[in-house]
Design a protein around this ligand. Structure first.
Ligand SMILES: *Cc1c(COP(=O)(O)O)cnc(C)c1O
Length: 390
């Protein structure tokens, strides 16, 4: 049985170190923030290549806190993609703002920058003939104030921030990088999390760097943003615990997770190398066996964190056949994501319709993900690809 994600092999590798680190936190009695969290933040900031890392309770909280720090609220619009995990758009709605969706491109699974430009223009003119917009009452739509962009690094590949940052700056918008799936990735030697004004990541166990519970982090270079985010993380605290200067949340990372993450960081570079090995192995095997799927293509000077190895089948029926064959051979597959966010009931209030984001809808009907983790052996990759053959 080949696991989809193999946290057991990883644990076996670092078990004594992880157990000792967890026990040390319990014995110290420092459970919330404290020295382990501070040490982790320093290491993460260093790894990502930014001045400040603010750890937090989840990737979702990272996005919510980032939006709060930028003062986003009701009446504001934030552009994001519909082909992503719920949290990317949910965070926008959580602070009371309106998500305005922008389609992805099929090759990278990431935001289509030409569509972003059209969406910005369409909203400015309240003209949905330029680009699909939320079907809100006209006065409400016209009153929406565009504030920013949340771009997502889907499956571990960074979005095109050179273009996105330029378009955003020209339109007075901030950019948040949703790097929940891309911690460890890079573009032109700059690490994921550092590619926009604010980077947000997740340490959910199944992410490239995962803890043993929920966790996340925010990356910024701006010291003022750092101060605001640290305040938001603890109920908007001021100079001390019982002074509150703004609205905040309970957004802290706990010390046990910080200790676990440091032990995982110790082997992270090696794990990233192995993810590259597995991805290269899949690409070679899929090509040599002539499997009729589109394998992920990584642009030059980019390194993916390979949160997922996602292939695109010819159509929905072909996807179903591949999944059945793999399942029969005891090989798990997953569909990320079977439904685009504009088609989710949770966003029905935005009034989007099927057909609004054709690329996202098409991908949702055809993509599936193969087992991907650093401990997948070369022989297992060959076995998985062989099982895909008719
Ligand atoms: C996992 C994920 C999140 C949310 O992270 P949590 O830690 O689960 O809250 C946000 N965005 C994307 C793209 C994700 O994959």
């Amino acid at each position: 049985m080949i696991p989809f994600i193999d946290l057991q092999s990883q644990f076996a590798r670092i078990q004594p170190e992880v157990e000792a680190a967890m026990l040390a936190v319990v014995r110290s009695g420092q459970f919330i923030l404290g020295p382990e969290v501070a040490k982790l933040e320093e290491r993460l900031a260093d790894y990502v290549g930014v001045k400040h890392c603010i750890s937090c309770a989840s990737g979702t909280d990272a996005l919510v806190m980032a939006l709060m720090a930028k003062g986003v609220g009701p009446g504001d619009a934030v552009f994001t993609v519909p082909f992503t995990f719920m949290a990317s758009a949910e965070a926008i709605a959580t602070v009371g703002a309106t998500p305005v969706f922008v389609d992805v491109e099929a090759g990278s699974f990431n935001m289509d920058v030409a569509a972003l430009e059209r969406a910005i223009e369409a909203l400015a003119k309240a003209d949905a003939s330029i680009h699909p917009l939320p079907r809100l009452p006209e006065a409400e739509l016209k009153a929406l104030k565009p504030k920013g962009v949340i771009a997502v690094d889907l499956f571990g590949l960074t979005a095109d921030y050179a273009a996105i940052n330029t378009i955003a700056a020209a339109n007075g918008l901030f950019v948040i990088e949703d790097a929940a799936q891309s911690f460890g990735a890079s573009a032109n030697n700059a690490r994921a999390g550092s590619l926009a004004e604010i980077g947000c990541t997740s340490f959910f166990p199944a992410k490239p760097l995962g803890c043993y519970g929920d966790g996340g982090a925010i990356f910024v270079n701006d010291s003022e943003l750092d101060t605001i985010l640290r305040s938001i993380r603890v109920h908007g605290q001021g100079e001390d615990k019982y002074e509150n200067v703004r609205m905040g949340i309970t957004g802290r990372l706990d010390a046990v997770q910080a200790a676990v993450l440091q032990k995982k960081l110790d082997i992270f570079d090696d794990e990233m190398d192995n993810r590259q090995r597995v991805a290269a192995g899949y690409a070679a095997a899929l090509a040599s066996e002539g499997i009729d799927v589109v394998a992920p293509a990584i642009p030059a000077h980019h390194i993916s964190a390979w949160a997922q190895y996602t292939v695109t089948a010819r159509d929905a029926a072909a996807r179903k056949e591949f999944q059945q064959r793999l399942n029969a051979a005891g090989i798990p597959t997953m569909i990320y994501y079977p439904k685009a966010l504009h088609q989710q009931k949770a966003f029905a209030n935005l009034g989007y319709r099927t057909g609004d984001f054709a690329v996202s809808e098409d991908l949702a009907s055809r993509v599936f993900s193969l087992p991907m983790h650093p401990y997948l052996a070369d022989e297992q990759i060959v076995e998985i690809v062989a099982a895909m053959k008719a």
